[in-house]
Write a protein that binds this ligand. Structure first.
Ligand code: NAP
Length: 243
């Protein structure tokens, strides 16, 4: 049985990714930071369905925590062959109100977190001459969002990291791609009012908000053999919001 890691697996898109990976026959390591109860509940649900899953606590922005957790995953579930960097945070702020702390946290989780997890997973992938990495970016990393400059910059960084790493590790049989969601109905939108959500729906050519499963379906394709000649790409899942 192959092993996959999903960061930010406790809820939202990460939960759908974990369910999809289990259905595809992976033993899944569910990395969470604070929502231990939710991660445990997901694990219980997955085990009940006969799948293999285990929870691991780590702040992806901290390389010592990430390195320790990957060592544990390797011992308990085996070598990681698929890594999905999904953990993320977002916030809105006028640019001049962004403090040093807000900037560091945003870049730390959304961009450094991708770096720390890729660096921890890659030595085994290189040794095995095989592996797939998917980084969850955002349409705002592609086109920029007003009042989310720190988030947009971090996600643009994720796209740059994806392309550069794909060039570097392709020779080692490893594919690296990004999936770039649009507006997806999760806790991340909890600060939006019903009116805001309606406006976003109306701005989306397909006239609906995305679901975590929409994102998981795109990831399912990219990790599959059907995508074996695809690397360094950004697959947008946004209902046409950004074209
Ligand atoms: P969410 O429901 O808010 O979930 C965020 C997840 O990230 C949680 O599982 C959380 O774990 C985890 N996380 C946050 N900080 C972490 C850290 N320092 N270390 C480890 N895990 C951490 O968000 P979502 O909507 O599912 O978003 C998932 C990804 O999609 C993010 O990268 C986000 O930027 C991206 N995205 C989302 C949308 C959208 O509209 N929802 C659009 C574009 C891109 P805990 O609960 O345990 O802290």
């Amino acid at each position: 049985m192959k092993t996959a890691v999903v960061t930010g697996a406790s809820r939202g898109i990460g939960k759908a990714l974990a369910e999809m990976l289990c259905k595809n026959g992976f033993a899944v390591a569910l990395i969470y930071k604070s929502s231990g109860e939710k991660a445990d509940a997901l694990k219980t649900e997955l085990l009940k369905s006969g799948f293999v899953a285990e929870c691991y606590k780590a702040d992806v922005s901290k390389s010592d925590e990430v390195n320790a957790v990957f060592e544990k995953i390797q011992k308990e579930l085996g070598t990681v062959s698929v890594l999905i960097n999904n953990a993320g945070i977002s916030s809105q702020s006028v640019f001049t109100d962004i403090t040093d702390e807000m900037w560091s946290e945003m870049l730390g989780v959304n961009l450094t977190g991708v770096f720390t997890c890729c660096r921890a997973a890659l030595p085994d992938m290189i040794k095995n001459h095989s592996g797939v990495i998917i980084n969850i970016a955002s349409m705002w990393g592609e086109v920029g969002s007003s009042c989310e400059v720190h988030y947009s910059a971090a996600k643009a960084g994720v796209i740059g990291l994806t392309k550069a790493l794909a060039k570097e590790v392709g020779v080692s049989g490893i594919r690296v791609n990004a999936v770039s969601p649009g507006v997806i109905k999760t806790d991340m939108l909890s600060s939006f009012s019903e009116n805001d959500l309606e406006e976003l729906r109306n701005e989306t050519p397909l006239m609906r908000l995305g679901t975590p499963e929409d994102v998981a379906n795109a990831v399912e394709f990219l990790i599959s053999e059907k995508a074996s000649f695809i690397t360094g790409q950004v697959l947008s899942v946004n209902g046409g919001f950004v074209i």
